[in-house]
Ligand binder design. Structure first.
Ligand SMILES: NC(=O)c1ccc[n+]([C@@H]2O[C@H](COP(=O)([O-])OP(=O)(O)OC[C@H]3O[C@@H](n4cnc5c(N)ncnc54)[C@H](O)[C@@H]3O)[C@@H](O)[C@H]2O)c1
Length: 253
């Protein structure tokens, strides 16, 4: 079976670095055209131009997922350049730049911005892409949450809440888009060590996280990207409204 539709692209938000970057390169390696939608123009352009194998074309569109009009522009760029959109991965997030602190010390405006990007960004982008996803006849949306919603990680309350919201939103959207042939799933990555150094994870904390996993190595962006690619593919054609936890068995869900 051919794994993907012949026509159309996948939009990956937050693909200028980390998991999103790895996913954009992985999709292109599978021959899929990708729109890299990220607010970071310098890094986003670099991913679009990066020397990497694969027949899939890569195009960058500067996008703020918290802004509805910006999302609509990104979708228009993808449909015009690639003739349609069959996949959307809502991966953009305020994450690696967050400072960890107890919930009573999180400034209110920081709480609001995290919800606006991490949760409303999923709402904005999926609304903007709905028509081409439906038109593709086999659209797939993958929303990236976090395994922290399954165990409630301390000192990240705004982040954990926003990602728990993504799970509820995904399930509701799966119900509403299913009758139109569009699948919507949530993927919860566990600790994933990308090219971005995070001051919030010390070597001792990293070792402690690995100790909690069934598989005793650090998770990397390829581990997550491959699972997302599965959910986008026809191999997952009967999977919708589900949560796929990808964390080396840190949480058995
Ligand atoms: N790395 C991990 O350990 C881990 C664990 C669980 C969940 N996740 C989730 O996986 C996803 C990717 O993680 P990562 O480690 O690659 O994150 P990251 O912080 O390295 O990258 C996030 C990307 O989102 C972009 N972005 C931020 N705000 C944006 C906005 N308003 N509009 C458009 N783009 C915006 C950033 O420019 C960046 O390219 C995120 O949703 C994150 O919450 C990551």
């Amino acid at each position: 079976m051919q794994r993907y539709p012949d026509k159309g692209a996948v939009i990956v938000t937050g693909a200028a670095q980390g998991i999103g970057r790895r996913l954009a390169l992985g999709l292109a390696a599978e021959g899929i055209d990708v729109l890299i939608a990220d607010w970071n123009a310098e890094k986003g352009e670099a991913v679009a131009c990066e020397d990497a194998p694969g027949a899939g074309r890569r195009l960058f569109a500067q996008t703020d997922v918290a802004d509805e009009e910006s999302c609509r522009r990104a979708v228009a760029v993808a449909t015009e350049a690639f003739g349609g959109v069959f996949g959307l991965v809502n991966n953009a997030s305020i994450f690696s730049t967050l400072t960890m602190r107890p919930f009573w010390e999180i400034p209110g405006d920081e709480w609001d911005r995290v919800q606006a990007v991490n949760l409303k960004g999923v709402f904005n982008m999926t609304r903007a892409a709905r028509e081409p996803l439906v038109a593709s006849g086999e659209g797939a949306v993958v929303n990236i949450a976090s395994s922290t919603i399954l165990f409630g990680r301390a000192n990240y309350a705004h982040y954990v809440s926003s990602k728990a919201g993504v799970l509820g939103l995904s399930r509701a959207m799966a119900r509403e888009l299913g009758p139109h042939g569009v699948r919507v799933n949530t993927l919860t990555p566990g600790p994933t060590f990308t090219e971005i150094e995070r001051a919030t994870v010390t070597p001792e904390q990293k070792a402690a996280m690995i100790e909690q996993q069934c598989l005793k190595r650090a998770g990397g962006p390829d581990d997550i990207a491959d699972a997302i690619i599965f959910l986008l593919s026809r191999q997952a054609r009967w999977v919708t409204g589900q949560l796929l936890n990808v964390d080396g068995g840190m949480v058995t869900h």
